[in-house]
Design a protein around this ligand. Sequence first.
Ligand code: MN
Length: 751
Amino acid sequence: MNTTVASYNLNEEEEKKLILREYRALLRALKTRIKRGDKTLLRRAFEMAVDAHMNMRRKSGEPYILHPIAVARIVVEEIGLGIRSTICALLHDVVEDTEISLEDIESEFGSQLAKIIDGLTKISNVVDLKANTTVQAENFRKILLTLAEDPRVILIKLADRLHNMRTLGSMSREKQLKIASETTYLYAPLAHRLGLYEIKTELEDLALKYTQPDVYVEIARGLKETKRDRTRYVNEFIKPIKEELALANLDFEIYGRPKSIHSIWNKMRTKHVAFEEVYDLFAIRIIINSNPEKEKDDCWKVYSLVTNYYTPSPDRLRDWISVPKSNGYEALHTTVMGNAGKWVEVQIRSKRMNDIAEKGLAAHWKYKEGTDHQAQENKLDQWLVNLRDIVSNNDSDSLDFIQDFKLDLFTEEIYVYTPKGEMRVLPKGATALDFAFDIHSVLGARCIGAKINHKLLPLSHVLSSGDQIEIITSSKQKPSEDWLSIVTTAKAKARVKYHLKEEKRAIGNNGKEILQRKLDHLSIPMSAHNINELCLFYKKESSLDLFYSIAVGALDLRDLKEIPHTAGKLHTPFRDIKNDIKGLTPEEVLTSTNPPKGTELIIFGEHSDKVLYKLAACCQPIPGDDVFGFVTAGEGLKIHRADCPNASQLLAHYGHRVIKTKWAKNKEITFLAGIRIVGLDDVGIIQKITNIVSGDLKINMSSMSIDTKEGLFDGSIRVFVHDREELDILCDRLSRIQDIHTVERIEQKND
Ligand code: MN
């Protein structure tokens, strides 16, 4: 499955052979699905990809083309997709990385495939390693939107991610961490939601391996050491069941599987227990081969045989055969008392159900022609419709949205009914109000209570599986702030937030009118500039907040005529910033600064500067960095780097407080900057570093700290440099030391 090749040891001829061998393996995997003409099409895609990636190599040194072939194999072998998805997988990186355009692909393979590849290209584009969390959240939203358009895009993307995770070893530490955390954050939950349990587990395990290598190695070793004991226990446990099943003439497969490393770690962490207490957790899986008409009966037959022998825990029977999970999962789960007083989980499913459990969504397509699984299809379609609905209609912050959405991804589900008996699937913990919003946003907005199983209950009532709910509405009802703590689903949350904002806007309009009258009275124009000035004075984050506070009477506008004295001349449209903030205290800067557009502040970085400011501790700018000034609410003017992690949030939300700032040319004074150096631990490496810093470049070092662990060197130094140019030269020189992997600028935490 996972071919590890040290291809950089191969010569050209051997590499060619290897590529062809991998391609043939792909063909073999597709064999049963290839129709006439498909083979030529596939060959064309393969050749196009080979040509396009001709001179490219992966970080590991192997030819790049091995990556798309591997992704295509995952798509076929592990997700179970067909020929068209295979072609897309082979070509998934060509538009982004090579000369081939989307038009080329469209003319060669048609518009449907081009659309999928376009989706894949968009997804790669949105993963920006330097982006901050807000930008990332917005990116994830785009990914979800693409998913809603054509699920194949996300399935191929998952295959791509899986292969990248399997080969993450050759990436830099920084990229490993970034890609691994992104995987835990989004891709593993998505795989879970789509029912790709195998892939989800592998993604989580691999992510743990790179984010917490110590933990991973420890648990993996523990599992290996205890394997023999575990196998013996499993064999003893299944022996009598095997005999019973054989007697009943069932065609079956039975095996025990340990929990994944990630889930063991999760248990240890959340339950605060040691490895010894969880290592022997495993599940017994029984897969029966029976035809669709008999599979349900057969599963229950197996259940009855198992529980004849071992006593089941009465409250731990999960019947996902009668009512499958919304991602399509079907199985019977029970937990029984095994030998030596140990609880053992037994999972019972048919071969078809097992395919769905492993290949998820894709298996549904495969079984689509199979008779009565129409209901299944509908539920998945319903999920996609729902998803599209939430993603495109929500008015809330992306970050908020992603968090709400993630909650939905992970929680268990309950099944509830409308008065007419229509079933709805909601996350566990959902309230009557969630149900109302699930049915329709208008129903949600007007909900005042619910009749649950014919009993009148408040809208905050938490629903249970099997509840039948009738929503009671009133035309006078409207959403309020406290509803946000009642609803739990992303959809309902987004709706409530939207309503609240709309209402605030409507009320704000009254406030705007009140303000307009007052300003007219004082002959002050209601310009954008003056509104900003007022926001600053009243410490409001936006004009909407300002108008709203005025409307609800939270602001006393009697102060308004006092403002010209304290906050500067409200009605003066333009001022010279240098004169304005010259020699002022930070507080005075705060209340007086609001430079008209186009003004630029020049700073030297020394005490003789006419303006008081501080260099922000979060990004520690030095001359040469792109910077901007920001008027804070209590600490005066702060200078941030344009690539500061906080920058986009500041710029997005408080644009009116930003002052364009530039460094003056100056080579007199020095600034403290931090550098992190990671590489292989080698004798004399410290000597080499100090030689460059103090010897060659004559840069003063303020401190140095080093961590070496298992042959890895991880150090940071703080140096006094004049500007960015000098720092860049230093970094460049350091990165050329043999065995040094990364040299990056860092900020010091203790400042
Ligand atoms: Mn790729």
